[in-house]
Design a protein around this ligand. Structure first.
Ligand SMILES: [Zn+2]
Length: 257
């Protein structure tokens, strides 16, 4: 696929031109693919189009990143966020570096308010990157939320996935797509309130993944790839990984059996 045209404001950006032989190649692949079974364990439907999955499972995978994994609950993520907070504040040097890096990133990623997009700006010729930038500008300016918050959320999700992803039925092949989608989904959809009415245009899973991929990458650079394997010691002198600590906190909260 050709790269999108990105001049001016995101609302003016356009998708690039498609290669002319694209449609026929796609149809050939489709015919072969549609004779095979859906990749979801236990599903007896045949695949749809060029997807690994049947129609319903493909749609679920597109919106959520994985057709089977359940979404994290707010309570669960709160515990992982608390564990991150405790870990950072136990080490003043680490806390200072994280705070400095986050502020620098915040400045670098800051978008102009005019990049924001409303439901009326969304149409089929608008490229993914325009929608992603639009959502991020809405988040920064209209919602008054920060990039740092999105990065921390991505880090909490990584911990959640280490504990829950496989047991919740998530397919291994989709673990990255699921992480990116959930990380980006924090920024929500395109909405505009006029009087008592709110117009909403759903942001696609692909738009959320576009944003989530960056949040995850920045979480890795700021906190390190092995953050959840960091060693911690509890008040009673036990030594364990931060992930085990969070797991213990979940058990104590009755969220994990
Ligand atoms: Zn299926």
């Amino acid at each position: 696929m050709a790269s999108p045209v990105t001049r001016g404001h995101p609302r003016d950006w356009r998708v690039g031109a498609q290669a002319p032989d694209n449609a026929q190649q796609l149809r050939c692949r489709q015919i072969i693919n549609e004779a095979r079974l859906c990749n979801c364990p236990g599903c007896t439907r045949t695949r749809s189009g060029v997807s690994r999955y049947c129609g319903p499972h493909r749609d679920a995978a597109s919106v959520r990143g994985d057709p089977l994994a359940r979404l994290p609950s707010r309570n669960e993520l709160t515990i992982f966020k608390k564990a991150i907070d405790l870990y950072i504040h136990a080490d003043r040097k680490f806390a200072a570096r994280v705070s400095g890096d986050s502020k620098a990133l915040e400045r670098r990623i800051s978008l102009p308010p005019s990049f924001g997009l409303g439901p009326g700006d969304i149409h089929p010729k608008l490229p993914q990157i325009a929608k992603a930038k639009g959502l991020l500008a809405n988040w920064q300016h209209r919602d008054k939320r920060t990039y740092t918050e999105a990065v921390t959320h991505a880090l909490a999700l990584m911990g959640w996935m280490d504990v829950y992803y496989t047991t919740s039925g998530g397919l291994w092949e989709n673990r990255k797509a699921f992480l990116y989608t959930r990380a980006g989904a924090l920024l929500g959809d395109f909405r505009k309130t006029i009087g008592a009415k709110t117009l909403i245009k759903d942001a696609s899973g692909a738009t959320h993944r576009h944003l989530g991929r960056d949040f995850v990458r920045h979480a890795h650079t700021i906190y390190g790839k092995d953050f959840w394997s960091s060693a911690v010691s509890t008040n009673d002198g036990q030594s364990m990984t931060l992930l085990d600590y969070a797991r213990m906190a979940h058990k104590a909260a009755g969220l994990l059996s």
